[in-house]
Design a protein around this ligand. Structure first.
Ligand SMILES: Nc1nc2c(c(=O)[nH]1)N[C@H]1C(S)=C(S)[C@@H](COP(=O)(O)O)O[C@H]1N2
Ligand SMILES: [Mo]
Length: 314
């Protein structure tokens, strides 16, 4: 069995909520150890850093894998708009202001509109879902997202028969996103899905994680979550959603077409040209895990690709 290193978290990062969940856990532990409740008063901060999304609220979409800590999820990020190191987004996203926020929804739909995010959220049904997430670079995490199925939105806007793909665009704000002043990628970041992928019940538009609003570094205020695809398909800080007839361009495919395809389904059998995709390192674990086909979501999504050559459609 692996011993997990105790996280160390400055007290400034500990929210009342973290303390709350942890205190509950602590009381339980104290109770089972026969300690008096007096012990609550000396709750050590280090113990609070161990807080995890509470177990025992399993919905049909939740994985059983152990959830990563809030700290892991919010300090080890890819968001090149804020820099290319994993720690850059958490350090550099402080000036980004996701409120207020408007999203434009347009293209091959009967009801194109510009929504204020607040209004848009009022008419959406939110859920918490624990998903395995796998980055193309070979690391993975388990994240409790808060969001609603993208299918709900697709149904609301009524796509025309010409709508075959959905294109997404990240906000362009170089004054707030220092990475956009440098040519790491072509800005703004763009992504896309086939409409049937967008309609799959697993595909979420997320507004939060760990039961609270998305931190800037995780894509505030609205980002895509597609758990059977490599992480880069999960475009952050979305301002535009456009329904189109032809496969739309995507940022990583534009940057390196022989390395990153449009589909980017998690597939241990198709190596990246520069490394294997057979294994992954789960953040917080020592030994590597075997990467699962479609990141373990084959039952829900394999049918979307029947008859397709996944060596070619990577
Ligand atoms: N706009 C934008 N979206 C993005 C990225 C990015 O650089 N810019 N990085 C992607 C990659 S490579 C990954 S693995 C995930 C990481 O999401 P997380 O930081 O919330 O774990 O975001 C994706 N979405
Ligand atoms: Mo990634």
């Amino acid at each position: 069995m692996l011993i997990r290193q105790k996280d160390e978290l400055p007290s400034s990062e500990i929210t009342p909520e973290r303390l709350y969940y942890n205190r509950r856990e602590f009381i339980r532990l104290a109770g089972s150890a026969g300690l008096g409740l007096v012990a609550q008063a000396v709750l050590p901060e280090q113990l609070a850093a161990q807080e995890r999304w509470p177990k025992g609220r399993k919905g049909p979409f939740d994985t059983d894998d152990e959830v990563n800590t809030y700290k892991e999820i919010t300090t080890y990020n890819n968001f090149y708009e804020f820099g290319t190191d994993k720690s850059d987004p958490a350090s550099n996203a402080g000036r980004f202001n996701p409120k207020p926020w408007t999203i434009r929804i347009e293209g091959e739909i009967k009801k194109p509109a510009t929504y204020n995010l607040e209004d848009f959220i009022k008419t959406s049904k939110f859920e918490d879902r624990i998903y395995r997430m796998r980055c193309v670079e070979g690391w993975s995490m388990v994240i409790p997202w808060r969001g609603f199925p993208l299918a709900d939105l697709v149904n609301k806007v009524e796509p025309t028969s010409k709508a075959k793909f959905v294109a997404f665009e990240t906000v362009y704000r170089p004054e707030e996103m220092p990475g956009q002043k440098r040519p790491f990628l072509r800005w703004p970041y763009v992504e896309g899905l086939r409409v049937d992928e967008a309609m799959n019940p697993l595909t979420l538009l997320a507004t939060g994680l760990y039961g609270k609003d998305l931190p800037n570094q995780n894509g505030a205020p609205l980002r895509l979550v597609i758990p059977w695809k490599y992480g880069f398909k999960g475009i952050k800080s979305i301002v535009k959603i456009r329904f189109v007839e032809k496969e739309p361009p995507t940022s990583w495919n534009l940057a390196a077409p022989d390395e990153y395809g449009f589909y980017s389904n998690v597939n241990p059998n198709v190596d990246h040209p520069r490394w294997s995709q057979k294994t992954e390192r789960r953040l917080g674990e020592f030994f590597k895990r075997k990467t699962l086909m479609f990141n373990g979501y084959s039952d829900q999504v394999a049918h979307l690709y029947s008859g397709m050559d996944l060596m070619k459609n990577y």
